[in-house]
Design a protein around this ligand. Structure first.
Ligand SMILES: [Zn+2]
Length: 74
């Protein structure tokens, strides 16, 4: 899951950078009334500003990241 914060404060979400580019293009078109023809420019914006939602989510437990991987098999 990827997410990006638009300059207007709207958070855009998609399953990957490619999806986020499409979401951003649609958002610019419908919310900002801008028909963005330069998809490469949007791609650059997404690459520089998108972040992974999994990293932003707080840990549910207080055990720390070591518990995530389970016990070592050896
Ligand atoms: Zn916006």
């Amino acid at each position: 899951m990827r997410a990006m914060l638009c300059g207007c404060g709207q958070r855009l979400e998609a399953n990957g950078d490619d999806g986020l580019v499409i979401e951003t293009l649609a958002h610019y078109r419908w919310i900002h009334g801008m028909a963005v023809v330069d998809g490469e420019n949007i791609r650059r914006i997404v690459r520089e500003n998108a972040y992974g939602l999994e990293h932003a989510a707080p840990y549910a437990g207080g055990t720390g990241p070591d518990e995530e991987f389970g016990p070592e098999p050896y």
